[in-house]
Design a binder for this molecule. Structure first.
Ligand code: DAH
Length: 340
């Protein structure tokens, strides 16, 4: 029995050295000290010993058990420590590594210009409104004094969806929508996409952007139009820039004017950009035609108003000296990165 006990202890201690993880350790513990374990079997066998032998043997067994328990305990601690160290090594973060750089995006030049325009006009008390790009002929043409077969319709090569629905050819229909639904005073700007059946080239695109302005109240005069556009021109291009009105024709305004701004490139001296004239043509405008006011349900005896419209691409091209309008649409990063 003594020999057996010594063998169990010796073997167990030997095996403990080779135990590699907590599960294996637990297995070993159960095999020796569990209910059906080797050591437990010896304890059971004690009953067959004579009363004289029992105390000495009991002491030996207890000693052996204590020794094994200690050994198992310290092996467990060793394993836990090793497992913890392995986990820490696995999860270690090197805070000295350089971070991953996130590429920063930037605004598209069209958006830069649009944001400037909206800031200028909202700063002057205008409200921003939008309208649909698929528009009724009624708003795009009829209410703007462009009845069917009117020759001025030819100036805008229209994409027709059907007889009554078009892709809007300008942002002016938003004026008509607002006039038919609101009472003066009205002071709005309407930015958005417009469509014309044009071939693509350096200065044309079938899809482009406009911003429309409309002011209606009692006693609005052409002086208000001029003052508003002068202020706009200076906020956009700087002090000293003024507007020049040239008589023109739009069915929805009377009188109408094409408006030029002092060339911001040469300050009016004449350069390549303004083709030597010192002026850059940027918008169409005029006093809202009384016929349009009445058709839209606004009393033209009491109210007057002015309106204007301009192409946003043109403003962007002028500001950034872009040689070809297509650069604005192609999303070539080499072009776009210049606007950071
Ligand atoms: N709708 C015109 C165009 O697309 C621009 C325009 C001219 C708008 C005069 C206006 C205006 O509001 O009064 O060419």
């Amino acid at each position: 029995m003594r020999e057996q006990l010594a063998k169990i202890v010796e073997q167990a201690l030997e095996q403990l050295k080779g135990v590699g993880d907590s599960a294996a350790l637990e297995q070993l513990r159960v095999r020796i000290m569990g209910k059906k374990g080797e050591l437990t079997a010896i304890l059971r066998g004690m009953g067959q010993l004579s009363p004289q032998e029992r105390p000495a043997m009991g002491q030996l067994v207890n000693e052996a058990r204590r020794k094994l328990e200690e050994a198992i305990e310290s092996c467990g601690q060793r394993l836990q420590q090793a497992e913890k160290e392995a986990r820490l090594a696995r999860e270690a973060i090197d805070v000295t590594l350089p971070g991953r750089e996130r590429a920063l995006g930037s605004l598209h030049p069209m958006n830069i210009v649009l944001e400037d325009l909206l800031e200028i006009f909202t700063g002057m008390g205008f409200e921003v409104v939008e309208g649909p790009e698929v528009e009724y002929d009624h708003y795009n043409f009829e209410l703007l004094n462009l009845p069917k077969n009117h020759p001025a319709r030819d100036a805008q090569d229209t994409f027709y969806i059907d007889d009554n629905i078009v892709l809007r050819t300008h942002t002016s229909p938003v004026q008509a929508r607002i006039m038919t639904t609101r009472k003066p005073p009205i002071r709005i700007v309407c930015p958005g996409r417009v469509y014309r059946a044009d071939e693509v080239d350096a200065t044309h695109s079938p899809v482009f952007h406009q911003i429309e302005g409309l002011v209606i109240d009692e006693h609005i005069s052409i002086g208000d139009l001029k003052g508003t556009l002068d202020t706009f021109a200076q906020r956009l291009y700087g002090e000293g820039v003024v507007t020049r009105f040239r008589p023109s024709f739009f069915p929805f305004t009377e009188p109408s004017a094409e408006v030029d701004l002092t060339c911001a490139n040469c300050h009016g001296k004449g350069c390549k950009m303004c083709k030597g004239t010192g002026w850059i043509e940027v918008l169409g405008s005029g006093m809202v035609n009384p016929k349009v006011l009445d058709m839209c349900g606004i009393d033209s005896k009491r109210y007057t108003g002015f309106a204007f419209g301009m192409g946003i691409e043109r403003l962007a091209i002028l500001r950034y000296n872009v040689p070809d309008m297509r650069y604005l649409y192609e999303n070539d990063l080499r072009f776009l990165r210049q606007f950071r």
